[in-house]
Design a protein around this ligand. Structure first.
Ligand SMILES: Cc1cc2nc3c(=O)[nH]c(=O)nc-3n(C[C@H](O)[C@H](O)[C@H](O)COP(=O)(O)OP(=O)(O)OC[C@H]3O[C@@H](n4cnc5c(N)ncnc54)[C@H](O)[C@@H]3O)c2cc1C
Ligand SMILES: Cc1cc2nc3c(=O)[nH]c(=O)nc-3n(C[C@H](O)[C@H](O)[C@H](O)COP(=O)(O)O)c2cc1C
Length: 773
């Protein structure tokens, strides 16, 4: 085969040498516009896993790279006059020039033809090639020629960065955060050879402009960075090698994905590889890794299908299929890390204490969890757990076992929870006329015995027409109040859990069947009229609600207040006002459901007016020493709907009105929603609201194990974790999760104590593996 790689970066060179190694009869050419030793950038880092893959495909290259590697384990964070260090993180770094030289040498050794100083404008310059690899980097001319076919999607990220170097070897991957009068800058610093380190300086666009860096030339930019980071530089100077760049040396990262990776140009097959087809942000340092893995995968497919011209279409299809999935995974992880650095100045640097700031930094991609950190640096993590527990008011024995963050107590107003786990409200649809019955006693009772700090009652409706279904619980009469009281008293006298009550009104989503008879489907008979912000049905053929009149508003507000008064008598410990999921109060907050033109619609202030009015009314009667949370849909997941930025505006308003916590849920406002589910998928909303607005939050949604909850609480992404479905599967979720992470000091109900040791022992045995027969 005749193969031409356009672009002699890591992707083109490595693919060239692998294919030549596979079959010396292939004619392989790599064409590069630069001279052999002329390149941008400084050092790159990789993980051990990438190296293992490379060893398997060409041990000689891998060995040369490994010999040139600088390996280090520590991460050091500098912020606000603090320097903090942790170990066990295992990076390897190499100078980009050195890396390219190794690849170039190996290419020459294997007989790959290297052509330098040739600018390629078109793939048609190589009419004899069977395969043309467009490995020409992020600004790929070849990709741009076939834009219609490849459909590149480029997202220009908001931060500015400058990629510099310094002749000072740092012995840890160092992050230095510096505040100026205009905002925060951060430096990402890592050594890549005996005496040189990469030094990337990053900031937001507004801070960049406020310092006049948009009009600064490279010399001034470097002088600025040297002065700002003089402490960490300790006399060293900064250097640039970005002469080849046009315009500013300060760049924006471009996130790139392509819908198609290959194209037949009439003579040759053209395939994209490396940065030409996808990018990953330097925050997790994976661009070179992706380039190498692309090269390996394409070679693997040639090995599988055969490396003859007729096999190329199948090979390219299989290559794209495999790589697109892996790349999406890495880009996802890179996105979290990248976004962390984009908001660090506005969200974390001023808000979090240095210890917690560092924890948040280390877990920024949400791929490194609490238990991962324990594996990396147990001592550091245990010290952090002690620090966190001391902040939560626990008297710490410096020699005793630390307390995992989710098991630290939490106080808000006069309420004290023994841990950070809450059973999330979950409608059970099995009440008659809104009256709790024996099912509810057993359901709530058993879960309150299961170790959570607090259990929440399901959405409890403030009037008969406020119900979602005829099976919903209510609190509008004395019979209901008496039945609730029996359950709440059982929980209070028999368990140490607190009991929260979620009050709500179904609005336009009311008068439907119980879940197992058709969720959201209208009742066959016995329906009742509905209210909402606007006269818009939830389902296309559903009942059209009445847009609330002022008289309706007064009546519903009075119902909320009456239910609150009953909740006081019953003895609930906390209230939650349900302003999420498209129900009545939520229908005011979302532009998808609120099309009013009066003072209750049309702007954030107007949309929030009625929900805030209800909130203030219940806050006024609810005891001052008891908290109230507000549940919000922080994302409508629909074009034109609310986004987390809108949720932040509403959260700020509820905070000002006296809300103690925001329970950060999302969706269920519109049937057109397209939520992106996944592990901890709503936690970023909680993180945003908590750290930007400065209000306590509850994270909820796909939090299913202790490791998740510990990571969230420890990083300050939420104050409490609400666990819903796992509590249906396991009433004693909290006790069981404690045992799974070896947390023995949690109290089991005295009646069940004899099971505790056996449960813990069985888990320990299972973890130790099968015993030798
Ligand atoms: C600030 C920063 C830090 C980074 N840090 C890391 C890191 O720590 N770890 C990591 O793995 N990655 C890192 N990267 C990413 C990494 O540099 C790239 O992902 C990687 O180099 C991609 O390899 P590539 O071969 O696809 O493209 P490139 O390395 O961009 O190579 C493309 C080559 O094609 C040549 N070329 C382009 N157009 C033409 C043309 N028309 N004719 C001839 N030749 C042409 C270019 O000169 C270049 O040599 C970082 C990137 C940035 C911007
Ligand atoms: C059966 C069921 C009923 C629910 N009922 C309510 C409810 O009454 N009020 C509410 O705010 N959320 C309700 N939810 C949503 C949960 O509180 C929670 O936000 C959601 O299930 C995500 O958490 P999870 O991934 O831990 O299940 C319900 C969820 C389930 C599974």
């Amino acid at each position: 085969m005749r193969i031409v790689c356009i672009g002699g970066g890591p992707a083109g060179l490595y693919f060239g040498l692998l294919m030549k190694k596979e079959n010396p009869d292939h004619h392989v050419t790599v064409v590069e516009r630069n001279q052999p030793y002329d390149t941008f950038g400084w050092g790159v880092v990789f993980s051990d896993a990438t190296m293992e893959n490379m060893r398997a495909w060409d041990s000689k290259t891998a060995k040369a790279i490994e010999t040139a590697f600088n390996h280090w384990d520590d991460i050091e964070v500098w912020i606000k006059d603090r320097r903090m260090r942790t170990t066990g993180h295992g990076f390897v770094g190499i100078g980009r020039k050195k890396l390219l030289n190794i690849l170039q040498e190996r290419c020459e050794e294997l007989g790959v033809e290297l052509v330098f100083e040739r600018e390629v404008d078109s793939d048609l310059e190589f009419p004899d090639a069977d395969l043309i690899v467009a490995s020409d980097g992020i600004n790929s001319k070849i990709r741009n020629r076939y834009e219609k076919e490849f459909k590149p999607d480029i997202l220009v990220r908001p931060n500015r960065f400058i990629w510099l170097g310094t002749k000072k070897p740092y012995d840890a991957f160092t992050f230095d955060f510096r505040r100026t009068e205009h905002g925060w800058f951060q430096a990402h610093i890592y050594k890549f050879d005996e005496d040189t380190s990469t030094f990337i300086v990053e900031t937001t666009e507004d801070v960049f402009r406020a310092h006049g860096l948009d009009t600064a030339d490279e010399t001034r930019s470097i002088a600025f960075c040297e002065e700002l980071f003089s402490e960490v530089l300790d006399g060293a100077t900064l250097m640039s090698n970005s002469r080849h760049l046009r315009g500013s040396a300060w760049l924006n990262f471009n996130r790139l994905i392509c819908s198609k990776w290959s194209h037949f140009n009439g003579r040759s097959h053209v395939v994209l590889m490396g940065d030409a087809v996808h990018t990953a942000h330097f925050a997790i340092g994976s661009g070179t890794k992706l380039a190498f893995e692309d090269a390996i995968e394409l070679t693997r497919q040639f090995r599988k299908f055969g490396s003859t011209p007729d096999k190329i279409p199948e090979v390219l299809e299989a290559y794209e299929e495999v790589r697109a999935v892996d790349v999406a995974r890495i880009q996802n992880a890179a996105r979290n890390a990248m976004e962390w650095f984009e908001v660090v100045g506005s969200r974390y640097a001023d808000t979090l204490e240095p210890e917690q700031f560092m924890y948040s930094l280390l877990t920024r991609s949400q791929r490194i969890s609490h238990e991962n950190l324990r594996l990396r640096d147990k001592k550091w993590l245990e010290n952090y757990e002690r620090w966190f527990a001391a902040r939560a008011g626990i008297n710490i024995d410096p020699d005793g076992p630390p307390v995992p963050p989710m098991f630290t107590p939490y106080r808000v107003r006069g309420l004290s929870l023994q841990n950070r786990i809450v059973m999330s409200p979950m409608a059970m649809y099995c009440a008659d006329d809104g009256v709790p019955n024996d099912f509810h006693l057993v359901h709530f009772g058993s879960r309150a015995l299961g170790g959570a700090g607090m259990i929440f009652g399901e959405m409890t409706c403030v009037s008969p027409d406020a119900r979602i279904t005829p099976g919903c619980l209510g609190l509008w009469n004395d019979e209901q109040a008496a039945a609730w009281k029996r359950i709440v008293e059982f929980v209070h006298t028999t368990t140490s859990a607190k009991f929260g009550l979620q009050l709500g009104h179904a609005g336009r989503k009311g008068s439907t069947r119980v879940a197992w008879e058709g969720i959201d489907q209208p009742l066959d008979d016995g329906s009742w009229p509905l209210l909402s912000a606007s006269a818009l049905p939830y389902l296309p053929n559903g009942q059209v609600p009445r847009a609330m009149t002022r008289a309706d508003m007064d009546r519903v507000k009075a119902d909320f207040v009456a239910a609150t008064k009953r909740a006081i008598d019953i003895g609930f410990d906390m209230l939650e006002l349900h302003c999420a999921h498209g129900y009545l109060l939520s229908s005011f907050l979302s532009p998808l459901t609120n099309q009013r033109t009066d003072e209750y619609g049309g702007s954030h202030e107007n949309n929030a007016r009625y929900p805030l009015e209800v909130f203030r009314a219940i806050r006024e009667v609810w005891p001052a020493d008891k908290p109230i949370s507000v549940r919000l849909s922080c994302h409508d997941w629909t074009e034109g709907g609310n986004t987390p930025a809108d949720a932040a505006i509403y959260a700020k308003m509820f905070k000002a009105a006296g809300a103690d916590l925001i329970d950060c849920s999302s969706g269920q406002v519109s049937k057109a929603e397209k939520p992106v589910y996944g592990r901890l998928f709503q936690t970023p909303f909680s993180d945003k609201l908590r750290n930007e607005i400065g209000i306590a939050t509850v994270a909820v949604g796909a939090i299913s194990e202790a490791d998740h909850a510990n990571s969230i609480i420890a990083a300050g992404r939420a104050d409490l974790c609400a666990i819903a479905r796992p509590h249906l599967a396991d009433a004693a979720w909290t006790l069981h999760e404690a045992a799974k992470i070896g947390m023995k000091s949690i109290a089991w109900p005295k009646q069940y104590l004899s099971a505790k040791l056996q449960y813990e022992t069985n888990l320990a045995r299972a973890a130790a593996g099968p015993s030798p027969a």
